[in-house]
Write a protein that binds this ligand. Sequence first.
Ligand code: ZN
Ligand code: ZN
Length: 409
Amino acid sequence: MEAKLQEYARLLVAVGCNVQRGQTLVLAAPVECAHFARLCASAAYDLGAREVVTSWGDDFLARERYLRADGAVFDEVPEWRRRFYNDYATQGAAYLAISATDPETFRGVEPDRIVRAQQAGGTALEPFYHAQMNNEMPWCIGSVPIPSWAKKVFPGVPEDEAMRRLWDAIFATVRVTGDGAAVERWREHLDTLEARRSKLNELRFKRLHYTNALGTDLTVELPEGHLWSSGRSVTPKGQAFVANMPTEEVFTAPHRLGVNGIVYAALPLVESGNVIDGFRFVVKDGRIVESRAEKGGEFLKAAYTVDEGASYFGEVALVPYDSPISNQGILYYNTLFDENARCHLAFGEAYPECLEGGVAMTREELKERGLNWSIQHVDFMIGTRDLSIVGTTRDGREIPVFVNGNFAI
Ligand code: ZN
Ligand code: ZN
């Protein structure tokens, strides 16, 4: 086990963030993952990191604060917090976040408190989020189990067993076996995703049409000059990094005014510490004009009304139904994994790298070219076993992109 943990920590720091000699690493992790966070810090120092600074999170304290703190605090972001995130981001530090949380940690919290905290945080930490969305700093999100989460993924088994099974499942998704060759396996995997990306870029689709038996019937227009992306990203200084580990997707940006129809979620979504399930959106000229959910509808609505751009789309991602994470048959209740098991969309901000020359454009230029902006970015899963996607090229040819849930090109 210890060999696997060390291999995994090394992978996140050396490939995920690709920490360079003399570079600071900002490490955000839940206190329950302290052992693993320490391994990541040691791995960073092994690579010559200047300093590792940590930002600890805790589900219990975050929940207590949302339930019991003075209401005014949700409109405030203290200066020290702004400085911590914004200064390190603009100074070129690397950022590693460990995503591990009880999927229902904010059950019973007033959605309004969550919305106001997101609005305040989105504004105060704008330089940090800008650096992240524009690949100006190397960043990576990885994940390790915590008991509350493991018990939700594997209900009805003892906590030790649930933790062991979630560890095994996660190690499989990130290609860690303990043999020390994970870095090599990742190189091959990222090459495979890049081949898919190149094929899609050559086809230069004008729009994609999604249909399945759930009732999805959605047309997604892609902006002129859109680019498909996959696992490997690069900072302006040429530092390669992998923003999500695991990753199985190729993705681009939709035209913010060109999404129309109805789309059904294929999996539950964990957002703002709540589970949202059985939901669908009606979309007109890019905007979500109606939503319905069997569970968590008020949190869904809160998420896509945080600001104007949150009710428009920012990402279109393709993941085969027959792919490694999907084939595990595990519902992770964590978007980092679930989005890499299914085709997904995101409402909220688009990645500027998904447009030719996009990272050098202002927010207004991006908007003009069709890319959405928001403080929000929420991925939700829409892929099913029977999903069909037909692409229309700029010269009017219709090409099956997905047939029965899998790539047809
Ligand atoms: Zn994605
Ligand atoms: Zn996304």
